[in-house]
Ligand binder design. Structure first.
Ligand code: PLP
Length: 416
């Protein structure tokens, strides 16, 4: 196996356009000598530096580089090894924040349906129960409540209405009120849930969520593990709506897939309060020098090569191409997306919007069909595409052609 740009080759030498970006992680492309060199140079210079000793200049450089890109006063960054550990850390910080402010009753955390927040116990507990991450394990962490996420196509409140009623924000407020507003610590949410189906919220959702959290003294934690670092056509998805969360959770694309790294960015009011009450927290491999070097290289490349704008333009081309190519296919209910994350929702028919029933062998066939056409995609319902930010226009056109042909063939099989 090897990779270069947006493509990977299997052991038989066949090449595929990787529209999964590994697992939503590859940004600057595979096989970049510049990233490899910077990581290797760092390993040669200093291969390990415990963050507790504050001895790693590369970690400080990275923190400074992140703060420069992060919105608002997200000015302090805690580095951890993975996205899941960043979620875990953010949950601890959210509760510790209230406790440090003398408010020990605020323990409840609100999460949303369709969410994916990782595989630690906290991440699994915060993820949609239907993901099955706690199967056979027992109950979730205590104090987590779920509310619906904005999912316009299948909204239980206003799917049939001509315009979104924002009832999906109203239910967050209802959940806060039901729990007791002085008992809620935080709302955890992905700006655009990716693995849950690329659910692009209405433009007013995040500003309203921000306002609601402020009104009730609840922290807003945005999980940008998938959406951060250019994926949606802005540096961070929250930038689309001018919203600054209190905690921002980062991972995946931060190192473009070259190393493993996660982070929690905090607004000043959070870091100042937590600094007064330092909690023992950290992982052996928090902010490993090689990971920091990879992240610094990726930050530089994303900026220098204009990959954020590239994701916006490439994403629009992908969305538009798929919408046109799939318009005649009655089994396609909706094609939606933001930047380089796009979903194709499959239905029995457009009038009923009933999800197309897909057995394991239908999904296998679709996956094989896509591979035969040289594409790796997230094959489920919806089918999801998220190529690296360096994907070229020619590759996007190929992706449109291959995906629409495979989906049309699936539709024909479904119609018998
Ligand atoms: N948050 C979101 C939104 C994710 O999609 C994931 C993983 O898919 C995670 C957190 C966990 O990240 P990691 O797998 O790097 O631990």
């Amino acid at each position: 196996m090897r990779g270069e740009g947006s493509r990977v080759w299997d052991d038989r030498g066949r090449s595929y356009l990787d529209a999964r970006s590994g697992v939503w992680a590859v940004t600057v492309g595979y096989g970049r000598p510049d990233v490899v060199e910077e990581v290797s140079r760092q390993l040669g210079r200093l291969s390990f530096a415990p963050l507790t000793d504050a001895a790693s200049p590369v970690a400080f450089d990275l923190a400074a580089g992140l703060v420069e890109r992060l919105p608002g006063d997200l000015g302090t960054v805690a580095l951890v090894p993975t996205g899941s550990e960043a979620v875990d850390t953010a949950l601890k910080f959210a509760r510790a924040y209230h406790s440090a402010g003398g408010d020990r009753r605020r323990r409840i955390v609100i999460s949303r349906e369709y969410s994916a927040h990782g595989s630690t116990y906290a991440g699994s507990s915060l993820s949609d129960p239907d993901r099955g991450l706690l199967r056979g394990i027992g109950g979730r962490l205590s104090g987590i409540r779920f509310v619906p996420a904005p999912y316009r196509y299948r909204c239980r409140y206003c799917a049939e209405a001509p315009a979104c009623t924002l009832a999906c924000v109203g239910v967050v407020e209802e959940a806060i009120t039901a729990a007791g507003p002085d008992r809620v610590a935080a709302v955890f949410a992905e700006p655009v849930p990716g693995p849950g189906g690329v659910l692009v919220p209405p433009a007013e959702y995040w500003p309203r969520l921000r306002e609601l959290c402020d009104r009730h003294g609840v922290l807003l934690a945005a999980d940008e593990v998938v959406t951060g670092f250019g994926r949606t056509g802005r540096w961070f998805a929250c930038d689309h709506w001018g919203v600054v969360p209190d905690l921002m959770i980062l991972g995946k694309g931060m190192t473009g897939g070259y190393q493993t790294l996660g982070a929690v960015a905090m607004r000043r009011h959070v870091s100042e309060r937590l600094e007064r009450r330092l909690i023992p927290h950290g992982f052996t491999y928090s902010g490993h020098p090689a990971a920091c070097a990879a992240a610094l290289a990726c930050l530089r490349i994303v900026h220098a090569e204009g990959l954020v704008a590239r994701a916006a333009a490439g994403g629009a081309r992908l969305l538009d191409g798929l919408r046109r190519a799939l318009a005649p296919c009655p089994q396609v209910g909706e094609v939606r997306g933001l930047g380089l994350m796009v979903a194709v929702e499959l239905v029995e028919d457009r009038a009923s919007r009933t999800p197309l029933p897909l057995r394991a062998r239908d999904l296998d066939r679709l996956e094989r069909d896509l591979r035969d056409r040289g594409v790796l995609a997230f094959v489920d319902n919806p089918v999801m595409l998220a190529p690296p930010l360096v994907v070229t226009d020619e590759e996007i056109d190929h992706l449109v052609e291959a995906t629409s042909a495979a989906v049309r063939a699936l539709g024909e099989r479904a119609r018998g």
